[in-house]
Design a binder for this molecule. Structure first.
Ligand SMILES: *Cc1c(COP(=O)(O)O)cnc(C)c1O
Length: 395
């Protein structure tokens, strides 16, 4: 079995590049260049240098003793929450801006929902002295003010989008429209393993530094370089792709993905795309999409802004379809209680997104010797208001 992308940009039935005529050349240029760029010595040196000296890698692999005791196994947390800007997203934006520069691009655009990818993009644009335009739905601009302020302080032009539901999907459409108008000088930095080929593969490779580190860190800690379980949350799928990348073909390793169940997958308020989605085209790729009978995109809902995306990376759609990965829906309540559990047992306040994969722990049956690696994709600072409300209810 091979779960990697094929030469045509597909993972089984999923993937491809469904883009407007005017972008064909842009996307083809990237398809032709990205592998050679990512594998070149010059790129690798600068990328790894920045990951180390700027982003703070390697991120620790921490043995969570009390959490493990609770679930009857050996749990290690991969601490992406300790990266600069507070999540795994910086791994990707550092990589893509280096690709952009090597292709001679001089202007960066991005879409953002919760604002986390917008901040990570604005950060590397400041670092590389490149102009940056971030498209963000008006609704999201209003509810994610701290991130909007950070982006503006970093020098990015944040453009509120007032079409549709004024959320991520609409911001994405606007970013694609911008790209169509400026195909020669502009590079579109996509924030997850989504979009037309080669984005899902490029982003997965840039995040694969996570599983590369897990391999030697586990060897050091356990004397074997593979776990029994790998666990990650999925919005578009980038932290999960990075977590599993080097283990995809290693059938000794079980893969568990947690998607956002919202108020319950049958409640009509959910973002459980893998379980509820039907095949369709979104954001330039064939994948599972939350849509109604007429193919209209359904607005996803989750307590976590980073997980309410109506699609899923084509890599992950294929992992679910081939049953290589087990996909569990974790609802708002379960995630909140898992966030408090981690905080009280280990002194680590996780991002609400990461809380969803922690909420999958009680749904699994571990054996005492099992080695479990769970990726904490980000830190909870941005979610303190939601957590505080929960504390008030608790008391
Ligand atoms: C954006 C985000 C996610 C979801 O994105 P993926 O591409 O699925 O990883 C998860 N966790 C955090 C902390 C995020 O900021």
């Amino acid at each position: 079995m091979n779960y990697q992308v094929d030469e045509k940009g597909y993972y089984g039935r999923f993937g491809g590049a469904y883009v407007p005529e005017i972008l064909h050349k842009c996307v083809e240029d990237l398809q032709r260049n990205y592998l050679e760029t990512l594998e070149s010595d010059a790129f690798r040196q600068e990328y790894h240098h920045l990951l180390r000296t700027y982003a703070g890698r390697p991120s620790p692999l921490y043995r969570a003793g009390r959490l493990g005791a609770k679930y009857g196994c050996r749990i290690y947390l991969k601490r992406e929450d300790l990266n600069h800007t507070g999540a795994h997203k910086i791994n990707n934006t550092i990589g893509q801006i280096l690709v952009a520069r090597s292709m001679g691009k001089t202007r960066i655009i991005a879409e953002t929902g919760a604002g986390q990818h917008g901040v990570a993009t604005a950060t590397v644009c400041a670092l590389m002295n490149m102009p940056c335009v971030v498209y963000m739905g008006q609704t999201d601009v209003e509810r994610q003010q701290p991130n909007v302020r950070k982006m503006r302080m970093l020098g990015a032009d944040v453009v509120p989008v007032r079409s549709g539901n004024m959320t991520l999907k609409d911001a994405t459409n606007e970013a694609i429209r911008d790209w169509c108008c400026h195909p020669s000088d502009t590079f579109y930095i996509i924030g997850s393993t989504v979009g037309p080929h080669p984005y899902p593969d490029m982003v997965a490779r840039l995040q694969s530094v996570i599983s590369e580190e897990i391999r030697w860190q586990l060897e050091e800690a356990e004397g074997r370089d593979f776990p029994d379980y790998l666990m990650a949350c999925v919005g578009g799928g980038s932290n999960a792709a990075g977590t599993v990348y080097h283990y995809l073909d290693d059938e000794r390793v079980k893969i568990v993905l947690a998607e956002a169940g919202g108020e319950g997958i049958l409640s009509g308020r959910s973002a459980a795309t893998i379980q509820l989605g039907k095949e369709g085209i979104l954001h330039g790729a064939r994948t599972l999409v939350m849509q109604d009978e007429d193919g209209q995109i359904e607005e996803p809902y989750s307590i976590s802004a980073g997980l309410d995306y109506p699609g899923i990376g084509p890599l992950h759609a294929n992992l679910a379809e081939t049953k290589r990965a087990t996909v569990l829906a974790v609802n708002d309540r379960e995630a909140l209680s898992a966030a408090f559990e981690l905080t009280r047992l280990e002194g680590i306040i996780p991002a609400l997104e990461s809380a969803h994969v922690l909420g999958a722990l009680p749904k699994l049956d571990f054996r005492p010797g099992d080695v479990v690696v769970l990726t904490v994709s980000g830190r909870g600072d941005k979610d303190m208001e939601t957590y505080l409300k929960e504390l008030i209810i608790e008391n």
